[in-house]
Design a protein around this ligand. Structure first.
Ligand SMILES: [Zn+2]
Length: 633
């Protein structure tokens, strides 16, 4: 088990960049000693705007890039589809009532996001078609939010997303706006977005965060500040250096393989704002301040691709929404551009074939590569503060067998107590599932210390997850775990994960093995325990399926007309039982969800639990396998 870093060594080096000197401060923000260092980039605020493109539009999509897209549009059917989708969204936005100040709980975020979606679609529609109705509606929405009393800086994501929306609209519609309207919008952006932003950098926790808040808050403020940088440079001169210094802390979290500890849902949020911030810097200032070189970001597009099971559902860990699934992610086009990676673009083209495009697909559009891009591995292991491994029998087959396992660190932002949790797809059905997040407004939802209120909630604690339970207790909230072996062969693959630290009150050693075997037609989950004291040992899995307990340690699971058999291979005297995963409000109720359970009331010494999960394929299932100790795997 690697040691956690408690300290932060700082190295400094000078780096010449253009006409300016930068100082790079290397901060080891790793959770584990092997981690790549994050680099804080310190830039001279008086020089930051030396390279500013003073024309408008200068953010994300300049007029010359728009002209190139229009040429491509004439012959590219996918781009034609993307633009059609955007115009449909813009036409719907024209009909919508004006945005109003309406908080839900402590958040104004829905209004900020609605504004962002409208401004992107309406402004792009105007730039593409020249039709005034789009620009006029965008301006009305901007004036409405600029007249709000605030953009809710106490929940700064709301402020940052609104600054992004208004900054982009101001920049893109600059030639449409009269002088008086420009001043009103600018005044709102400064008062409600950029001034609170400057104050936030002095004290806000998110500027030192390693997770999504960092990219969202920095990215939104970068866009807002650069939009008005020629007339009001003081904001960009302070915000850009602060943001460029702050961002590496979060960007280092992608290292080394591109995984994101807050799960695939937050990967999307964090990476889109990484794209907005860095694209705005590049288009307005002509530099990304070498942030693109931070290790892991170049690989990060692999994460949502590999985390998607054949059902389209993600390996759903941390506070991913319930049944969170692969959706269109235009940041894959941006990653494809900046890293010249046609594999990411190809994956997004496949998604666009079945989903509605967003304006950012047009902005960052990348044609499908005519040459062959890299093929996908069946199995992939992502290292990082949170680790994940996915095994599958095939790509491009919705009925394929898929199993994903997560390890890592129970204190990662948005984490559940779920080290070793697994989810399983087969026959087009998700058989073993994570329940997802609960309501963020539940009392104490963020109280994640030992004994914290967060861990009283079923979806967040260990009792809802498909992981061992010892003595009826949750995993240690400060536990870490990591994969100790990963093997990928043609007809089988496996991972071994060391879970000892999660159960140290009861066990000297706990190891989970998950193996796809017999021509990748079944999955074996084998757990081995060296118990320190006698305790109840529970092996559970969470499922939407109807469960019928059969004799001889079998259970038949049926779901959507498909069938999967669970078999207890050992202990030979154990039995399956069925329990309910339902809860009472105000927690989410998990209606109809069950737990298939093996309950050993008094386990002691060395114990092995091995469960074979066999989908019923058209030509039968796998009914037995030879067991081997995990140390021989
Ligand atoms: Zn969970």
């Amino acid at each position: 088990m690697p040691n956690m870093c408690k300290w932060v060594p700082i190295l400094r080096r000078n780096c010449k960049m253009g006409s300016r000197f930068l100082t790079l401060v290397t901060v080891l923000t790793c959770w584990y000693a092997a981690w790549a260092p994050a680099e804080e980039v310190i830039i001279d605020s008086s020089a930051v705007l030396e390279t500013l493109d003073k024309s408008h539009p200068r953010l994300m999509l300049k007029d010359k890039d728009l002209e190139s897209l229009k040429k491509l549009y004439a012959k590219d059917k996918v781009l034609q589809k993307c633009l059609k989708d955007v115009l449909e969204q813009a036409d719907a936005d024209v009909e919508k009532p004006m945005l109003t100040y309406r908080k839900r709980g402590p958040r104004l975020l829905r209004v900020s996001r609605a504004c962002l979606h409208r401004i992107y679609a309406l402004s792009l529609a105007w730039r593409w078609t020249g039709e005034d109705k789009y620009a006029s509606k965008a301006v009305d929405n901007m004036l409405a939010v600029c007249a709000f009393k605030d953009w809710n800086p106490s929940h700064f994501l709301d402020t940052a997303e609104m600054s992004h929306a208004v900054g982009l609209g101001y920049d893109w519609l600059y030639s449409y706006l009269d002088a008086g309207t420009r001043e009103r919008i600018k005044a709102g952006l400064i008062k409600n977005g950029l001034e609170p932003g400057l104050r936030a950098y002095k004290k806000a926790w998110w500027s030192k965060s390693e997770y999504n808040w960092n990219q969202v808050c920095n990215g939104g403020l970068i866009v807002g500040a650069l939009a008005i940088a020629e007339s009001d440079p003081t904001y960009a001169e302070q915000i850009i250096p602060a943001a460029v210094r702050s961002l590496p802390r979060a960007l280092a979290s992608y290292g080394p393989d591109g995984a994101w500890g807050e799960g695939p849902g937050y990967w999307s949020y964090a990476t889109h704002y990484t794209a907005y911030g860095l694209a705005a810097l590049e288009t307005a200032l002509g530099t990304d301040f070498e942030l693109l070189q931070i290790k892991g970001l170049a690989e990060s597009g692999n994460f949502p691709i590999y985390m998607t099971g054949p059902t389209g559902l993600f390996l759903n860990f941390a506070d991913c929404g319930e049944r969170s699934s692969r959706r269109p992610m235009p940041c894959l086009f941006w990653l494809a551009h900046v890293y010249n990676n046609s594999f990411f673009a190809k994956a997004e083209h496949a998604e666009l074939a079945k989903s509605t495009a967003r304006p950012q697909h047009v902005i960052w559009y990348m044609p499908a590569a005519s040459n062959k891009s890299a093929s996908k591995d069946l199995d992939r292991y992502f290292r990082g503060p949170v680790e994940a491994a996915v095994l599958r029998s095939a790509w491009d087959d919705p009925e394929a067998l898929f199993v994903g396992v997560k390890a890592g660190y129970n204190q990662v932002n948005h984490s559940h107590l779920d080290l070793g949790n697994f989810e399983l797809d087969a026959l087009g059905v998700r058989w073993v599932r994570d329940l997802g997040s609960d309501n963020y407004n539940l009392p104490g939802y963020w109280d994640d210390k030992r004994g914290g209120k967060r861990w009283s909630y079923y979806r967040l604690n260990s009792k809802s997850h498909s992981i061992p339970l010892l003595g009826g207790e949750d995993q240690d909230p400060f536990a870490t775990s990591s994969f100790i072996k990963f093997e990928s062969k043609e007809s089988s693959a496996f991972v071994l994960v060391d879970l000892t630290s999660a159960y140290k009150e009861f066990a000297q050693k706990v190891t989970r093995g998950v193996r796809m075997l017999r021509g990748r037609r079944a999955v074996l989950v084998q757990d081995e325990f060296e118990l320190e004291k006698p305790c109840e040992l529970v092996w559970p899995m969470t499922t939407d399926a109807k469960i019928h307990i059969r004799k001889d340690r079998h259970a038949s699971l049926t779901l959507k007309g498909k069938e999967l058999t669970a078999r207890i291979l050992t202990p030979v005297d154990a039995q399956f039982t069925v329990e309910s995963a339902e809860q009472k409000p105000p927690q989410k109720t998990n209606k109809g969800v069950s737990r298939l359970v093996v309950r050993l009331p008094r386990a002691e010494g060395n114990v092995r639990v091995a469960i074979l999960l066999s989908p019923l394929w058209k030509d039968g299932d796998v009914s037995s396998v030879q067991l081997k100790p995990l140390k021989e795997w």
